[in-house]
Design a protein around this ligand. Structure first.
Ligand code: FDP
Length: 336
């Protein structure tokens, strides 16, 4: 009879956060508490995602969001769950969600903290009803406005000033992956215990991968340079490890998670239909760019590092090339 291996459990998320907090004697624990609330929201969303087909949570609400997209029931549930989990904690003074047109204030009955939280509550909406990985993306900034009520300027900060960023992926397992500027760490949820355990410490993206990830259905809308770059990736060349394999899930969190662990390049280029690409700077591109940078990878619009893009609008879109350092450098050289 084969031996049954006992699971190996790393540090819990709580212990990991507390150990980090101890390294900063001046820390008041606000960051730790904010992450605990994010993890709680993630567990609640994960449990609903798992039961979605049974709990009447599949399908759309009949509403259209600020992006002009159909709001799915789980989008709405995830958005409400995050807002409720965070607003009363006292760590955050303002939030921005991909689902809300304007910044979300903290109700006056709660204290306000010094952080600003931006999030995409449920990325990959079109995959919700077909049992494919979806996720929550977030980033944390420090408030920059002084005195009075926080406002739009606190949300419109470039990726370089993010203090933390991460995502929770609801996939074959649920993982919480984040950086606070000190490497990228991944925690896997054991649903029987209800805890996230450190499973992927200090993730490093391979310098070069073998996979390209792009919606090739848009090829007819691309310019010649983008088409030329993708053709080049597919042209056999043994020394250059080509042709690359194609993988495209259509959920940024899932496509990025694979790229983070296995390397390669994910792109959502600008095209004739989407002049600035499709993905949102503040809720999608910038948080993933910080994770990529912390894991040794790169993220670019094709002409500028994503982390340097100065936001001018809450729901601004940007072209995105992200992944292994050498693969993104190749992309920039060919699409620029
Ligand atoms: P979705 O529309 O399903 O919410 O920005 C949202 C996003 O998914 C990303 O998660 C994903 O990478 C991209 O859009 C997929 O877009 P296409 O369907 O145009 O390929």
């Amino acid at each position: 009879m084969s031996e049954i291996r006992r699971p190996e459990y790393g540090s819990t998320l709580d212990r990991f956060l507390l150990e980090r907090q101890r390294q900063f004697p001046e820390a008041k624990g606000e960051f730790t508490q904010l992450f605990q609330q994010l993890a709680l929201a993630g567990k609640i969303i994960a449990s609903r995602v798992n039961q979605a087909g049974l709990a009447g949570l599949l399908g759309h609400t009949g509403k259209v969001n600020v992006q002009g997209e159909t709001v799915q029931k789980l989008d709405e549930f995830a958005n409400d769950t995050l807002i409720r989990a965070i607003e009363g904690g006292g760590q955050v003074c303002l939030m921005g969600s991909e689902e809300n047109e304007d910044p979300i204030p903290i109700p006056t009955k709660y204290p306000k903290g010094r952080y600003v939280l931006m999030f995409d509550p449920l990325d990959g909406s079109t995959n919700i009803d077909v049992n494919i990985s979806i996720g929550t993306i977030f980033s944390v900034h420090r408030r920059v406005s002084e005195g009075g009520e926080p406002g739009l300027a606190d949300c419109l900060q470039p990726g370089r000033s993010q203090l933390a960023a991460g995502y929770i992926i609801y996939g074959s397992s649920c993982m919480f992956v984040f950086t606070t500027g000190n490497g990228v760490h991944g925690f896997t949820l054991d649903p029987t215990v209800g805890e996230f355990f450190l499973s992927h410490p200090d993730i490093q993206m391979p310098e070069r991968g073998k996979i390209y990830s792009v919606n090739e259905g848009n090829e007819g809308q691309w310019d010649d340079k983008v088409r030329g770059w993708v053709d080049w990736l597919k042209t056999p060349n043994k020394e250059q490890g080509k042709p690359y394999s194609a993988r495209y899930i259509g959920t940024l969190v899932a496509d990025f998670h694979r790229t983070l662990l296995k390397g390669g390049v994910f792109a959502y280029p600008a095209d004739k239909k989407n002049k600035n690409g499709k993905l949102r700077l503040l809720y999608e591109a910038a948080p993933m760019a910080l994770l990529a940078a912390q894991a040794g990878g790169l993220a670019s619009t094709g002409t500028q590092p994503i982390l340097d893009v100065e936001p001018t609008e809450l729901h601004q879109r940007v072209p995105l090339y992200i992944g292994s350092k050498l693969d993104v450098e190749d992309a920039i050289a060919r699409v620029r």
